[in-house]
Write a protein that binds this ligand. Sequence first.
Ligand code: CP3
Length: 324
Amino acid sequence: MRQAGRYMPEYQAIRRQHKSILEMIARPEVAAEITLQPVDTLGVDAAILFADILLPLPPMGLKLEFVPGRGPVIHNPVRSPDDVAALRPVDVRADLGHVYEAIRLVRTELDGRDVPLIGFAGAPFTLAAYIIEGGPSRNFVETKKLMYGQPAAWRALMQKLTPVLIDYLLAQADAGAQALQLFDSWVGALNPQDYRRFVQPYSRQILQTLMARADVPVIHFGVGATTLLGEMKAAGGHVIGLDWRIPLDEGWALLGDDVAVQGNLDPTALFAPLPELENQVRDVLTRAAGRPGHIFNLGHGILQHTPVENVRAVVAMVHEFNRK
Ligand code: CP3
């Protein structure tokens, strides 16, 4: 979850040659090269595909732009039942073919190396929130206005997203992705009651279908979701991703022993002096206590300006700890 190799000079060098990240993602050989950069320069144990959770939106008729300094913007956000009805059906196999091609290229490059490739998509709540807000939001007022005030339109939107996400993720697995991660980055805006009513049925349909039909592990990750962990586990996933707000052992205790856990170093710890960083890495690993089914990761995306040498140091620390 390096949300932009933006902190990596190797990424910046390629980034400078292109107008936008959408253009980079659309070129499979470029996407494949960027995907492999952290494997080669940091020594991480897995690769995550260079793509973005918002890719399914343009084929639905949404005008997506990554505005420097502001992040993703949707110029025609959905605000009414008519807007929902006007969203076009997506044929993800045809519309997002470049993504699967990038997966095939990465798999060819990784052939013979013990480095799995993770494919991913955004969860329906997070995508719906982007679609309705038109960009990042603090209080999700427009999203909740639609959810509470036009529940039929909300359901229609979630029902449009759900099959698209299922097909998109299954197609990634078919192309060679060896794990699938569903990112619910904004789900922390919800209380458990609203999650259960407005979101869980759709996330569940996606996760359960993947667990039944894709022969790869499925990772379910939410941000700010400490109070939702039980509901998220019930929705599905072989692995639940924990953000950095809860100690790993406490999160795992809430989830129970029958799921694996991914996480959860605070990405900001990467800006700390090495001894402090090392304490925090050791804390995560000690809380995991060598139990099978812990995937060490950051508790959310890596931040811009993160010192690369500290990322490399964390990879080395985790490998060293595991050797003992
Ligand atoms: O990190 C990687 O390179 C792996 C591929 C990846 C990207 N986005 C590429 C990207 C992944 C896994 C994502 C997921 C993603 N995208 C999420 C879920 C994870 C999370 O952070 O919660 C979300 C919410 C998005 C939407 C998105 N895309 C945001 C918020 C931004 C940052 C905008 C900004 O300028 O701050 C993006 C842009 C983006 N996605 C970049 C990359 C490499 C940055 C492009 C650049 O500036 O060069």
